[in-house]
Design a protein around this ligand. Structure first.
Ligand code: 13P
Ligand code: SF4
Length: 321
């Protein structure tokens, strides 16, 4: 049966995935930006930090990471004894791509005596050049844990870096990278939406540009946006991050209204991450069935890349994150 025929039969795919995951002792982890049907079938749905944490504590033999490549790579770095699968090996990340390891190495060389902090949205090769990895859930706590006088290089997201500088009083040296999804939200259109929904609160991911963050009522990671929207007594929210997060927000809060923040270009679906959306139920099924594509990583590189991720997990645990 071809992949095209499978798309007609969602129930068939769900049954097969459920059988295969038991038979093969596999856990399915998914990011909040995944297609709805993948979020619904996953064992756990979470932000980048939660996915890394799950990769360390799961006892299953196979991890199927429904997210983008760096997420699968992080899981493999942390759990080398497990088979880590990802439904589509081509699911990359424009932010990780904005920071090639050889150029980042040169940047570090040209700015000696800095502690190197990297966002998790990076390749293993960049992590291997890094002292501590952060996600948007723990970046503030990790930067705060470093001595005030410490000089810091932060890469690759300049928007997150600027935001962390503004809330920690630091002056980190920033790599000039960005995410193509978070950079395209339109200030003008968000302001127009706020007029239309005067009671709506604006929730924004720190990968957004600073003029969006300045008018936001809450800035945080995907899990933090979900938590804020759930715990707030407010009933209407404009959400400035990848639109996949709205699925879980609506599921947990069926009586609240969540409006995706609009992109500059009205004709595009660019508040959706094309890489995240490359994973489909069909590809998930085939990936479990064939046990590929598999994430592999050179052991020498893995040993270098695991240290800054472990440091991140240790500091996160100290802060109850
Ligand atoms: P978080 O889910 O950690 O907030 O990350 C968002 C993101 O851009 C993942 O690619
Ligand atoms: Fe990368 Fe942006 Fe997609 Fe997240 S939303 S995976 S940062 S391209």
């Amino acid at each position: 049966m071809s992949v095209n025929n499978f798309s007609e039969n969602k129930e068939f795919l769900i049954d097969k995935i459920n059988l295969l995951r038991k038979e093969k002792d596999a856990i399915i982890l998914a990011h909040f930006y995944q297609n709805e049907e993948i979020q619904d079938i996953a064992d756990y749905v979470g932000d980048s930090l939660a996915l890394a944490q799950w990769a360390t504590k799961t006892t299953q033999k196979i991890i199927v990471l429904c997210g983008v490549h760096f997420m699968g790579e992080t899981a493999k770095i942390l759990s080398p004894e497990k088979k880590v699968l990802i439904p589509d090996l081509e699911a990359g990340c424009s932010l990780a791509d904005s920071c090639p390891a050889d150029e980042f190495k040169e940047f570090i060389k040209n700015n000696p005596n800095h502690t190197v902090v990297s966002y998790v949205n990076t390749t293993a090769a960049v992590k291997a050049l890094t002292d501590i990895v952060v996600t948007s859930t723990n970046a503030k706590q990790i930067i705060d844990s470093l001595p005030k006088e410490r000089k810091i290089i932060f890469g690759p997201d300049k928007n997150l870096g600027n935001y962390i500088n503004s809330i920690t009083g630091r002056n980190m040296l920033l790599w000039d990278g960005a995410c193509h999804v978070h950079e395209q939200f339109s200030l003008e259109k968000i302001l127009a939406l706020k007029k239309q929904y005067p009671n709506a609160l604006l929730l924004a991911h720190p990968e957004c540009r600073n003029y969006i963050l300045e008018i936001a009522d809450h800035v945080g990671s995907t899990s933090s946006i979900l938590k804020f929207g759930t715990q707030s007594e407010n009933k209407e929210f404009i959400v400035a991050t990848e639109a996949g997060i709205l699925h879980e927000m609506k599921k947990q809060n069926p009586h609240k209204t969540f409006i995706p923040a609009p992109p500059e270009d009205a004709g595009c679906a660019c508040n959706e991450c094309a890489y995240m959306k490359m994973n489909t139920l069909e590809k998930l099924y085939l990936c479990l069935k064939n046990e590929e594509p598999e994430i592999t990583i050179d052991e020498e590189l893995r040993i270098k890349a695991v240290k800054p991720i472990q440091r991140m997990l240790e500091i996160s645990a100290e802060h109850g994150l």
